[in-house]
Design a protein around this ligand. Structure first.
Ligand SMILES: NC(=O)c1ccc[n+]([C@@H]2O[C@H](COP(=O)([O-])OP(=O)(O)OC[C@H]3O[C@@H](n4cnc5c(N)ncnc54)[C@H](OP(=O)(O)O)[C@@H]3O)[C@@H](O)[C@H]2O)c1
Length: 262
């Protein structure tokens, strides 16, 4: 039977992919969980996590909206959130002018607005206790202009930058902020983002469990950032020294519709 009192981890986007694996890491490290996603699949994730010994509460809410984040915050029920894993996010392929603007806005509202609203609220509660760990899922996509994923890469650039800034602001407190920057990872992300006909959509990708392990360890150690996988470490280091026009052209090769095998 699960123990009554364990530290609480809040994980967003925990129904699939990296978030589900982050939630498993938390359960295996003795945390109870409050997990959230937009669709009913979150209940299947909860069943899996309970089998690992965690007490698990679920929230189904659209975290791109203030109301959705408020619903999640209400489910905290005043408990101290020891670890906040702000992971929910989505991508969107195709040329910017060919995208449905409402879908592009959903990417911004989920990846940026909903994420920082949640961090604002939970961060204030952490500051009152002078304790807490925050893990933000950024991306190595944030290091390069993302031709044919322009809005998505912009949101990840925002999150990478935001994470370092918040970390610095909180450097004299008991709160740590860590940015997990994965490279292409085997999840539902590419299918949902209509990227399956692209070179990156069809490429061999990292295992989501590995990515989550690396990110969770970095969060526990209070590190500032971690790029998962050695190929991604090289790619992000190279992207940092190349002119932005060059990395945009490289990104075109990965994300342009039809760049994958037909
Ligand atoms: N896969 C990669 O190559 C890769 C690389 C770098 C960074 N990342 C980042 O990793 C994070 C997780 O993505 P993933 O690859 O694991 O993709 P995924 O399998 O598609 O998982 C995305 C998760 O976010 C949730 N989500 C998305 N929009 C939401 C919304 N508006 N409200 C509530 N929940 C929402 C999804 O739940 P629902 O299904 O219920 O909407 C799902 O649980 C994202 O921030 C992504 O940008 C991914």
């Amino acid at each position: 039977m699960a123990q009554a009192i364990r530290p609480l981890a809040l994980v967003t986007g925990a129904s699939t992919g990296i978030g589900r694996e982050l939630a498993k890491e938390a359960a295996n490290h003795g945390y109870d969980l409050l997990i959230a996603a937009d669709e009913p699949e979150i209940e299947a994730a909860a069943t899996e996590l309970r089998a690992l010994g965690a007490n698990v509460d679920t929230v189904q809410a659209d975290l791109s909206t203030t109301e959705g984040v408020d619903k999640l915050l209400a489910a905290v029920r005043g408990r101290p959130v020891e670890a906040l894993l702000a992971n929910a996010g989505r991508g969107l392929g195709h040329g910017f002018l060919d995208q449905d603007f409402n879908e592009a806005r959903q990417v911004v509202d989920t990846n940026i607005t909903g994420t920082i609203y949640l961090i604002h609220k939970v961060g204030q509660e952490m500051r009152a206790r002078n304790a807490g760990k925050i893990l933000i899922t950024g991306s190595i996509a944030g290091f390069m202009p993302g031709s044919f994923q322009a809005v998505y890469n912009g949101t990840k650039s925002f999150l990478n930058s935001f994470s370092f800034a918040l970390r610095d602001e909180l450097k004299d407190t008991g709160i740590t902020v860590t940015c997990l920057m994965p490279g292409p990872t085997e999840t539902e992300f590419f299918e949902r983002g209509e990227l399956m006909d692209t070179s990156v959509g069809q490429a061999k990708k990292d295992d989501a469990g590995m990515v989550a392990r690396v990110g969770f360890e970095a969060m526990l150690k209070g590190e500032g950032d971690v790029v998962s996988g050695w190929k991604n470490k090289i790619q992000s280091a190279v992207a940092n020294v190349l002119p932005a026009g060059v990395t945009a052209a490289l990104h075109r090769g990965m994300a342009e519709p039809g760049s994958g095998k037909q």
